[in-house]
Design a protein around this ligand. Structure first.
Ligand code: OVV
Length: 389
């Protein structure tokens, strides 16, 4: 699953994985893998049987040292998981985000106006660089409370982190040279003194004042925002823009009813699964669909494959705003399900609404280029032509 051929187009591999059985052994890595919705969903909602505390990447921290201090959210199990999760959830809740909604919608309109300015009826641009990256990088670091300097470190840090969940291959080697410097910057942003007093980061530190978490836990929870909150959203938006550029009838539907923006984003997350995979470990010998998974072995949960499983979805490969995408596992499932999903949806809703108002047509203006990452399904370049409404 981590070869460049599969990263370029994972769909044939995913179909083969699902058809081979509920659980498949990948001899090359000595791991198990699940590709069907039913079993992925069941495993994700069984944290006792398939815990996260041995890491959610390929390497098993019962036997190997983690490359960075583990995440207090992603890479832990109850009871340790619960206080950090309980602190972060209300900070990122739909209710808390109501305060950001107007500003983010205005920021999205500004950005779309800027990219359309000066052009005639049409403008050609790279939708990754100009929209999918620019918008999250404009609104999210401000919301966390970061300073101005060094924000360009966020994407390469996340890119390496998501590569590091996979095998120790060329992609990890490419990122290894800069990761010391990038980690030092990220870690410095998590200190109380570095964060503005009115962002998500400051809210996390206030939880330490209330002793809901310890002062040692606070910076690591801020680190989770910076780790999981940027690349994921960028590639979720990229997936959505690519889907729209290749499905003009769905773009028209969104233009006719911008209230579909959230459905459009979730359908894009199902269709593309920007986060393709996470691992779990077998707590004990466990039989899944007739196959024994031995205690301590790592199992790859193929979220992207579950989201395209024809056993669960009608016409899984079609991007269709009339389907109900809820139940997709693109944000995970169970007690680790993405705590930032409401932030991602709000960013998407703001950008898609602004585009739907001003852009009559979005179409490919060249061949898009994939960006290969061991965990993310991503575009490196997405040349599009926008036609003013
Ligand atoms: C979901 C996710 C991805 C990467 C990092 C983290 C979480 C984290 O908590 O650091």
């Amino acid at each position: 699953p981590f070869s460049h051929e599969v990263l370029e187009d994972p769909l044939p591999f995913q179909a083969a994985l699902r058809d081979a059985g509920p659980v498949v052994h990948l001899d090359r890595y000595g791991i198990y893998a699940m590709g069907r919705y039913e079993h992925v969903h069941a495993a994700l909602t069984n944290w006792q049987g398939f815990p996260s505390g041995a890491g959610v990447g390929m390497s098993n921290w019962r036997h190997e040292e983690p490359w960075r201090p583990p995440s207090l959210l992603l890479e832990t199990d109850p009871p340790h998981h619960d206080a950090p999760r309980a602190v972060l959830e209300p900070i990122l809740s739909p209710r808390a985000l109501r305060l950001l909604r107007e500003r983010w919608f205005a920021d999205a309109e500004d950005l779309v106006d800027t990219v359309l300015t000066g052009a005639g009826d049409t403008v050609e641009l790279d939708a990754m660089a100009e929209l999918a990256e620019t918008f999250p990088l404009r609104v999210f670091p401000d919301a966390v409370g970061l300073g101005r300097d060094g924000r360009e470190n966020l994407l390469p840090y996340g890119n390496h982190l998501f590569n590091a969940f996979g095998p120790d291959n060329d992609l990890v080697a490419q990122g290894a040279g800069r990761i010391g410097e990038l980690s030092a910057w990220v870690n410095a942003q998590c200190a109380r003194e570095t964060l503005s007093p009115d962002g998500f980061g400051a809210r996390i530190w206030e939880a330490a004042d209330r002793a809901d978490i310890t002062p040692e836990q606070a910076p690591l929870i801020v680190r989770s925002l910076l780790s999981a909150g940027v690349d994921t959203t960028v590639h979720g938006l990229g997936a959505c823009l690519h889907a729209m550029a290749t499905h003009p009838e769905q773009w028209q539907r969104l233009r006719d009813d911008p209230g579909l923006a959230r459905i459009a984003f979730d359908e894009a997350v199902r269709w593309e699964s920007p986060v393709q995979t996470f691992f779990r470990v077998a707590e004990d010998d466990i039989v899944v669909g007739g196959t024994l998974v031995p205690r301590d072995d790592k199992i790859l949960m193929f979220l992207g494959s579950a989201n395209r499983d024809p056993r669960r979805w009608e016409h899984p490969d079609s991007f269709d705003l009339s389907r109900d995408p809820s139940g997709h596992v693109g944000f995970g499932m169970g007690l680790h399900q993405c705590v930032g999903q409401h932030v991602a949806r709000l960013e998407a809703e703001a950008l898609l609404t602004a585009l739907a108002r001003r852009v009559g047509r979005i179409e490919l203006a060249g061949t898009p280029r994939r960006h290969h990452n061991n965990t993310m399904r991503a575009w490196g370049a997405l040349p599009v032509r926008l036609t003013r409404a």
